[in-house]
Design a protein around this ligand. Structure first.
Ligand code: AMP
Ligand code: MG
Length: 413
């Protein structure tokens, strides 16, 4: 393979093109889940309103339903009736009167506003809106159908279900939802030095942290992780592992893509007939990342060779693999998820590469911008630092110094 390095934007464009093609052409399978299992799943059906929302004119206040023109004269209005939340709609509202009403109750026919209990004086079976306050038609209630009409599509397929969309589904009478079946993602961790987590590493060995980390990232991106046994740095082991992994919808490998003597993933992909889309990107960490595809009888298989260092694997997964996985999972909003924050401390770098530095962003403070600070690290194998980070700070290729207070991009995970 040649070793042309693409810019970050070029590599991202290639990934996006593949993701968009998948979104157009894939017809993912679906399954039905209860609302309690729906969090994070990708909606596979349109949600349709079974009735108008609201289905009756809903008061948004405790107070009195009135005709705005009458109430705004600030004269006593006779209290003609009372409706609690849950009562059937009542009325009609007689002339020169008001109707006691609670939040969530149906406004009686004939009323066109609700005055708040805090704004009136109640005496002798009458209620008076206190001057100088007046009220306009339409205040403090939501008319029938203002949020949605019966038969409207209120949520389109392709969204990841959140607390809000689960609430909407419940409100609209869906105890279960059709969601897309999660794509199966094979995870191959290569390296002679890697031992499973339940083993004690001998001198020179390390435990496999990429496997569980990628399994978590895959699940978060909407995939079903399939963690295969670690693969030795030999041609035979790689041939066999790649052949097995191709049973999955998508393959992630870590390690073995750098320039070392035992970095054998690229030749193995070549032997298996893969086509390479990139074999290096001008980023740090993650420069040797490989993206390749294979046309097989069960469609196109995407393969990412991610560098073995954990922070490199995580960053390149988020940047280049997660968008395609999301698309394959049926999700229309495919990421990666960038946001902006203020830089806490001046940052400097050698601007030959776009850098994704483990960083911590403070989101919590009200009235204050999210503020991000790069964490001091021992390079892309430094898991202790990575675990204290909550985002990557993006240092653009063309900029060597960024002053404190500057608006910068962060990559969320
Ligand atoms: P490689 O990309 O194979 O050159 O590996 C780069 C670095 O990442 C080396 O220090 C490896 O030991 C380390 N590494 C590779 N695979 C893993 C893994 N699965 N878990 C943790 N570290 C790894
Ligand atoms: Mg290796």
């Amino acid at each position: 393979m040649g070793s042309t390095l693409l810019s970050f934007d070029e590599a991202s464009a290639i990934v996006r093109m593949h993701a968009e093609a998948l979104l157009r052409d894939a017809a993912p399978r679906t399954e039905r889940v209860s609302l309690h299992q729906a969090q994070g799943r990708i909606l596979a059906q349109p949600l349709v309103a079974d009735r108008d929302q609201p289905s009756f004119p809903r008061s948004t206040r405790d107070g009195f339903a009135v005709r705005a023109a009458e109430a705004s004269l600030n004269q006593p209005l006779r209290i003609a009736g009372s409706t609690r939340a849950g009562d059937p709609p009542s009325g009609p509202l007689p002339p020169n009167s008001a109707w006691e009403i609670m939040t969530g109750a149906a406004v009686p026919e004939g009323a066109d506003a609700v005055v708040m209990i805090e704004h009136v004086e109640v005496a002798n079976g009458t209620v008076r809106l206190l001057a100088p306050r007046t009220i306009a038609s339409g205040d403090n209630y939501v008319p029938t159908g203002a949020e949605a009409h019966a038969g409207d599509t209120i949520l389109a397929p392709g969204v990841a279900l959140t607390a809000a969309s689960i609430a909407l589904a419940a409100f609209s009478g869906y105890p279960e939802l059709d969601v897309y079946t999660r794509p199966r993602v094979a995870i191959l961790c290569t390296g002679d030095e890697i031992v499973p987590v339940d083993q004690s590493p001998a001198p020179g060995q390390i435990r496999n942290s990429n496997g569980p980390m990628l399994a978590a990232l895959v699940a978060q991106a909407g995939g079903d992780p399939w963690l295969l046994p670690t693969v030795a740095d030999t041609e035979e082991a790689l041939n066999a592992a790649i052949a097995q992994a191709l049973e999955a919808d998508l393959v992630l490998a870590t390690g073995g893509v750098s320039a070392g003597k035992y970095d054998l993933v690229e030749p193995a992909l070549e032997r298996a007939g893969f086509r390479f889309h990139f074999t290096g990107v001008r980023i740090q960490p993650g420069k040797p990342t490989v993206f390749a595809t294979l046309q097989s009888k069960n469609g196109t298989k995407c393969f990412w060779g991610l560098p073995g260092n954990p922070i490199s694997s995580a960053a390149t997964f988020l940047l280049f693999a997660a968008p395609v996985l999301s698309a394959l999972a049926g999700r229309t909003d495919i990421g990666p998820r960038f946001a902006t924050a203020r830089l806490g401390k001046r940052a400097k770098h050698d601007p030959a590469l776009t850098r994704f530095m483990p960083a911590h962003c403070t989101f919590g403070a009200a009235n204050q911008w999210p503020t991000v600070e790069r964490l001091f690290w021992q390079g892309s194998g430094d898991l202790a630092t990575f675990a204290r980070s909550n985002c990557f700070l993006v240092l653009p290729e063309e900029q060597d110094v960024i002053e404190a207070g500057t608006e910068v991009r962060i990559l969320l995970f």
